[in-house]
Ligand binder design. Structure first.
Ligand code: DX5
Ligand code: ZN
Length: 218
């Protein structure tokens, strides 16, 4: 099993102090930062765009930018996010577009690629793309907003992706996102998840070093 990675989500931090949030994550010794991009169409909310990534990069952030595109037409923005400094670009399987072409384009632009599935989407929808990604994001809430309750009905899907990974010898990470704190992360870890996005719980934690250490010990 891959070692656990805690990935704080910038969405839950103070957007007027995004650079400080990123610096805080780096100071804790965490390597990744999760960036939630919303278009007000695929999800009923708006967040920020490639300018945010570029600004964080220009301020010297060396974090791995784990970029989660909640967009109806993510293929149109791959170039912009790659140029802005995304390290991984994860796109959703639900909207209609050429998913394989978009995933190949992400890699061609020098980024790692991920495929995401909503709580109501079966794991099988992501299966055709397992050879084109190095991360499967199993959403543990309906995307669009931070601070929602974890959905334990998605746990079997994590186990399914984990079975495909081991049966086929695939080198990929399984990420969970939404309502993740220590207890829900443990449920996901037991099914094979290794990459834990935490927004609200991370920024609410008074002792962030202890919070990070708990995830390292999952
Ligand atoms: C939800 C986003 C999440 C969000 C998680 O649409 O994809 O990354 O930041 O937030 P919490 O951890 O508050 O559920
Ligand atoms: Zn996310």
């Amino acid at each position: 099993m891959n070692p656990p990675i805690l990935v704080p989500s910038l969405l839950a931090g103070d957007h007027a102090a995004a650079g400080e949030s990123a610096a805080l994550v780096a100071k804790l010794g965490l390597a990744w930062l999760h960036l939630d991009i919303m278009d007000g169409h695929f999800v009923p909310n708006l967040s920020f765009g490639p300018g945010m990534l570029a600004a964080l990069r220009s301020r010297g952030s060396a974090l791995f930018f784990d970029t989660h595109l909640m967009l109806s037409e993510p293929q149109r923005y791959v170039g912009a996010f790659a140029k802005a400094g995304a390290d991984r670009i994860t796109i959703h399987v639900e909207p209609p577009y050429d998913h394989a072409a978009a995933l190949k384009d992400i890699r061609a632009k020098g980024c790692r690629a991920g495929i995401a599935i909503n709580p109501g989407t079966p794991a099988e929808a992501a299966e055709p793309y397992l050879g084109l990604v190095d991360l499967v994001l199993v959403m543990t809430v309906q995307p669009g907003f931070g601070g929602q309750a974890f959905r334990d009905d998605v746990l079997p899907k994590i186990a399914q992706v984990d079975r495909w990974r081991s049966d086929r010898g695939l080198d990929l990470r399984i990420e969970v996102d939404g309502g993740i704190e220590q207890a829900t992360a443990a449920l996901c870890r037991a099914r094979g998840a290794d990459t834990f996005v935490a927004g609200t719980s991370f920024f609410a934690a008074k002792d962030k070093a202890a919070f990070a250490a708990a995830f390292a010990g999952l």
